[in-house]
Design a protein around this ligand. Structure first.
Ligand code: MG
Length: 263
C-alpha cells in the first residue's frame, strides 16, 4: 500500500461496505501534495529544456520488460546518443546495475512503500546526473499500472509498455495509465507464436477506445531488428525537443489532455 499518493484513502465505490469517506482535510492534503509535485516537476522540466535533454517516463506493470527494453535500446543506439537512466523500484539496486553493465550511468531510487516515483525523487536523482552532457534521460517508473500515471516527474513524454503475456484488455481496466501514453509499446512479441490468448489488434482496439491517438508499436527486445520503429520514434522526438518545440506529455497529471507540442 502506498503511503504517499492517497491510494489508502477510502473511495466512493467502497461506500457500500464502509462508512469511511475521505474527509475534506484528507482531500486538501492530497491536493497540496499534488500541487507541490507539479511545481517540482516544472522545475525538473526547466532543467531538461534548458539543456535540450529529452526525458522519457517508462511505465508498465511489473515484468512487462522496461529494463530489458532499455538494455536493448542502449545496444541498438550504439553510442549515437548520450544516455542516462533513473530507475525506480521499491527495493534493490538490481535494475541500475543492469544498465551500468551496458556502460550507461544509472541512478537507482528505492521508494520503500511508495508505488510510484514523484518529482521530488527525480529531482534528488538529478543531483548525480550530468545533464550538461546528456541527450536522452529515461526514467523507469515503478512497475504499476495505477499511480505512476498521476504524478508528473517533469518528463516530456510517457511511454507505456503492454507485454503480450498480459491481458489485451489492460487498457480498458487501467484507463488512466493508457490515456497518459504518448506511445504504446506492445512488448515480448517474439512470444506471440507460443501464446494463443493475446490478440494485438484487440489490445489496440481497447487502447483506441480511450480516444488516445498515440502511435502503437510492436517489438521484442530479443529481436534487435524489431526495435527499428522505436529507435526512429526516439530520433524524431529528440529532434523535436532540440528544435525548441517544448514537448509536454499528452496527459497532464491533473487529467487534462494536451497535445505534446503545446507551448
Ligand atoms: Mg525494471
Amino acid at each position: 500500500m502506498c503511503l504517499t499518493c492517497g491510494c489508502a484513502a477510502p473511495h466512493d465505490h467502497l461506500h457500500a461496505v464502509s462508512d469511511q469517506r475521505p474527509t475534506q482535510e484528507t482531500i486538501d492534503v492530497l491536493g497540496r501534495l499534488l500541487d507541490a509535485n507539479d511545481h517540482e516537476a516544472a522545475h525538473n522540466r526547466d532543467h531538461f529544456d534548458a539543456r535540450g535533454v529529452l526525458a522519457i517516463n517508462l511505465m508498465s506493470s511489473p515484468g512487462a520488460g522496461k529494463t530489458r527494453l532499455l538494455e536493448a535500446t542502449i545496444d541498438a543506439l550504439a553510442g549515437r546518443y548520450r544516455i542516462a537512466v533513473i530507475e525506480g523500484d521499491l527495493e534493490t539496486e538490481n535494475d541500475a546495475q543492469r544498465i551500468r553493465a551496458k556502460g550507461v550511468p544509472a541512478v537507482q531510487i528505492t521508494t520503500g512503500t511508495a508505488c510510484h516515483l514523484d518529482a521530488h525523487m527525480v529531482h534528488s536523482a538529478l543531483h548525480v546526473v550530468d545533464l550538461d552532457h546528456l541527450d536522452l534521460l529515461f526514467i523507469e517508473n515503478v512497475g504499476n499500472l495505477v499511480c505512476p500515471a498521476s504524478f508528473d516527474l517533469g518528463h516530456h513524454l510517457n511511454v507505456t509498455l503492454l507485454s503480450v503475456t498480459e491481458g489485451a484488455d489492460k487498457p480498458a481496466k487501467y484507463p488512466v495509465m493508457f490515456r497518459a501514453a504518448d506511445l504504446l509499446l506492445l512488448t515480448k512479441t517474439d512470444l506471440l507464436g507460443a501464446i494463443d490468448d493475446f490478440d494485438p489488434q484487440a489490445a489496440v482496439g481497447h487502447f483506441r477506445a480511450l480516444a488516445n491517438p498515440a502511435p502503437v508499436l510492436q517489438l521484442s527486445a530479443r529481436r534487435g531488428e524489431s526495435l527499428t520503429p522505436w529507435i526512429e520514434w526516439l530520433d524524431s522526438q529528440l529532434a523535436r525537443q532540440r528544435s525548441g518545440e517544448r514537448l509536454r506529455p499528452y496527459m497532464q497529471s491533473d487529467g487534462r489532455t494536451r497535445h505534446a507540442a503545446a507551448a
